[in-house]
Design a protein around this ligand. Structure first.
Ligand SMILES: Cc1cc2nc3c(=O)[nH]c(=O)nc-3n(C[C@H](O)[C@H](O)[C@H](O)COP(=O)(O)OP(=O)(O)OC[C@H]3O[C@@H](n4cnc5c(N)ncnc54)[C@H](O)[C@@H]3O)c2cc1C
Length: 387
C-alpha cells in the first residue's frame, strides 16, 4: 500500500475503477506535467493569461491529452484533468473547454460537422467556447433570451452571453439560442458559430481572481448557414445537459488535483516548519487537519472515478453520480485548500505561494457548470423521482 505523498499523487486509491491503460496514462501525464507544465510561470495579468491559454491549447494538443474527448473515455479525461489541474489550473481550464466544446459533436454531430471541427478540437488547433450563460440566465438556463430565427437556408442569431470562458480568444463558439419562443427548455437549439463570423462581437473581458480567460460576447445579426445547427432543432437544451452530465465528473477530478497539490504542500511544510521547538506535524491539531484533508480528498476521488466508471461501463445517464461527484469534490477541495493555507500560516496568503494560487483557482469550480446548490437539487430530484 502506498503512503505519504505517493498515495496522494498516485492512482492506487482509485485503482478499482481503472483499467491497465489508465494506470499507464496517469504515469505519462505525471511526466508531462513535471517536464512541461510545472515550469511555466503564472501569467501576470489577463492579457498574459489569454496568450498563455492559446499556447497551452497547442501544448496539450501536441501531447495528445484531448484524445479522451473523442473516444469518450471519461476516466481518461478525469485523470488528465486531475493531473493537469494540480500543475496548472489554467491548462486545466483550456482542457475543460475543449471537452465542453467537443462533446456535443461526439454526441450529435453529423459526419460533416465532425470532420470539420472535431479533429481540429482534439488536435488543439481550434479553441472552443461553450456559450450558454447570459446576464439574466445563469442557473436558470431556460430563461435565456438569445434568439435564432430562420433566414433562408440558415439562421440569424441575436443576443448576449456573459461569463464565457475563452470569450475573445475562441475559434469556435457553441451558442445556445431560443428557436421556439415560449417553449422554455424545449425551444432551445445549439449552433456552432466560428469566432470570425460577421456579427460575433467580443464585448470585453470579465477578469477573474485566477488566470482564466473569461468575458462577454454579443451576437449582432449574426448569420450562420443551416449546417451550423448541432443536433435537432429545439433539442439544444437536452444536448447541453447531456454534455454537462458527461463532463461534470471531470470538474470534480480537477478539484481533486488541486486539493492533492495543496495537501502535498501541507505535508512538506508541516514536516519542516518548527515552532515551540517542534515541527508543526507533531502538534495534534495539525495532525487532525491532515487526517481530515486526506479523508475528504480520498472520498472525493472515489466519487469522481465511480461516476466515470459508470459512464465508461455503458450507463446511459450518470446525472445523479455526476452531480454527487462534482458537488462533493469541489466543496471538499475548497476546504482542503483553505486548511492548507491555515497550516502554511502567513506565507500561505502571500501572492504567488502555491496554496494561495490554488485558493484563487479552486473557488470558481463550486459555481461553474452548475453551482453546488443546483447539483444538490439535481440529486434530490433524481432520488425523489424513484420515490
Ligand atoms: C470561472 C467561470 C467560468 C465560467 N465559464 C462558463 C462558460 O464557459 N460558459 C457558460 O455558459 N457559463 C460559464 N460560467 C457561468 C456559470 O455557469 C454560472 O456562473 C453558473 O451557472 C451560475 O450562474 P450565475 O452566476 O448567474 O448565478 P445564479 O444563477 O444567479 O446563482 C447565484 C446563487 O444562487 C443559487 N441558486 C440559484 N438558483 C437556485 C435555486 N433554485 N435553489 C437554490 N439556490 C439557487 C446558486 O447556486 C448560486 O449560489 C462560468 C462561470 C465562472 C465563474
Amino acid at each position: 500500500m502506498l503512503r505519504g505523498v505517493a498515495r496522494l499523487n498516485g492512482v492506487e486509491a482509485i485503482a478499482a475503477f481503472l483499467d491497465a491503460p489508465h494506470v499507464k496514462l496517469a504515469s505519462q501525464l505525471a511526466g508531462f506535467c513535471d517536464s512541461t507544465l510545472a515550469q511555466r510561470p503564472e501569467p501576470a495579468n489577463d492579457d498574459d493569461a489569454r496568450r498563455e491559454a492559446r499556447t497551452l491549447l497547442r501544448v496539450i494538443g501536441d501531447a495528445g491529452w484531448y484524445g479522451a474527448i473523442a473516444t469518450g473515455d471519461l476516466r481518461a479525461l478525469c485523470l488528465a484533468r486531475e493531473k493537469i489541474a494540480a500543475a496548472s489550473p489554467l491548462a486545466d481550464a483550456v482542457l475543460a473547454l475543449q471537452a465542453l466544446g467537443g462533446t456535443p459533436f461526439v454526441l450529435a454531430g453529423t459526419d460533416a460537422q465532425r470532420a470539420r471541427w472535431l479533429d481540429a478540437i482534439v488536435a488543439g488547433r481550434v479553441m472552443t467556447a461553450f456559450a450558454m450563460t447570459e446576464p439574466e440566465a445563469g442557473s436558470d438556463v431556460a430563461a435565456m433570451q438569445t434568439r435564432a430565427r430562420p433566414d433562408g437556408s440558415g439562421w440569424v442569431l441575436e443576443g448576449e452571453k456573459h461569463l464565457i470562458s475563452n470569450a475573445g480568444i475562441a475559434d469556435l463558439y457553441l451558442v445556445f439560442a431560443v428557436t421556439t419562443p415560449g417553449a422554455g427548455s424545449r425551444g432551445i437549439s445549439l449552433f456552432a458559430v466560428p469566432g470570425d463570423a460577421d456579427g460575433v462581437v467580443f464585448e470585453g473581458p470579465q477578469v477573474l481572481a485566477a488566470p482564466h480567460p473569461l468575458g462577454r460576447i454579443r451576437l449582432e445579426a449574426c448569420h450562420v448557414p443551416g449546417d451550423a445547427l448541432l443536433g435537432e432543432r429545439d433539442a439544444g437544451f437536452k444536448l447541453g445537459m447531456m454534455t454537462l452530465d458527461r463532463v461534470r465528473p471531470s470538474v470534480g477530478a480537477a478539484a481533486c488535483g488541486m486539493a492533492a497539490r495543496a495537501l502535498v504542500e501541507t505535508l512538506q511544510h508541516a514536516s519542516t516548519r518548527h515552532q515551540f521547538g517542534e515541527p508543526l506535524a507533531s502538534f495534534q491539531l495539525v495532525r487532525e487537519k491532515i487526517g481530515r484533508m486526506a479523508t475528504e480528498l480520498e472520498a472525493a476521488r472515489l466519487l469522481v472515478y465511480r461516476a466515470a466508471w459508470e459512464k465508461d461501463h455503458g450507463e446511459a445517464r450518470i446525472t445523479l453520480e455526476a452531480a454527487m461527484a462534482k458537488s462533493f469534490a469541489t466543496e471538499a477541495a475548497q476546504q482542503v485548500i483553505d486548511e492548507a493555507i491555515q497550516v502554511a500560516g502567513g506565507r500561505g496568503v502571500l501572492v504567488g505561494h502555491p496554496v494561495e494560487r490554488l485558493y484563487r483557482a479552486v473557488r470558481a469550480l463550486r459555481i461553474y457548470e452548475g453551482a453546488t446548490e443546483i447539483q444538490r437539487l439535481i440529486i434530490a430530484g433524481e432520488l425523489l423521482k424513484e420515490a
